[in-house]
Ligand binder design. Structure first.
Ligand code: FE2
Ligand code: FE2
Length: 162
């Protein structure tokens, strides 16, 4: 699938899943839904940092990519905090709410500031190839099981701009 369509579709899926977790009927269901969306979010971020951002890195996109990497760091830290909380912890739902707000803000930034520039810079074939590379990476990481486990090693600093 074309890269920006692929990422935009995942943005909507992740936002929907975060809303479903917040709307869960009880704490156990909320945590179980959160664990699924944590896996989806960490796969999404990994494919952006390892495949998409390096491929679109250029003079004009540097600022927005650095800002995006900082937002990824904030998302990862919130994910790590939430993963460490018990389902019935009083802070679970408020933190999950903040995660959703930050994810929505970050997705909006990428869709407004970055994706149009990428569609101007790269042709359709290159964007299709990027989409395929991201799908392949996400499949590979998913096959390793519980991608969310990788988040604890990624909370010290923002990923490098490659
Ligand atoms: Fe992102
Ligand atoms: Fe994204």
């Amino acid at each position: 699938m074309e890269a920006t369509d692929y990422l935009t579709r995942q943005h909507r899926d992740i936002e929907q899943a975060l809303g479903d977790a917040l709307d869960a009927p009880d704490a156990a269901v909320r945590r179980s839904r959160f664990l699924d969306v944590a896996d989806a979010l960490i796969l999404h971020i990994a494919s952006e940092e390892q495949v998409f951002y390096p491929a679109v890195h250029g003079d004009r996109s540097e600022d927005v990519l650095l800002e995006s990497l900082e937002e990824h760091l904030a998302l990862k830290r919130l994910l790590a905090d939430l993963l460490a909380l018990a389902a019935d912890d009083a802070m679970f739902r408020p933190r999950l709410h903040v995660l959703r707000e930050l994810a929505q803000h970050h997705h909006g930034d990428e869709e407004r500031k970055l994706f149009p520039a990428v569609r101007g810079k790269l042709g359709a074939a290159a964007r299709d190839a990027l989409g395929r590379d991201m799908e392949a990476l996400q499949r590979r990481l998913q096959a390793g099981g519980r991608p969310r486990r990788a988040v604890r090693q990624q909370t010290a600093a923002a990923g490098p701009l490659r």
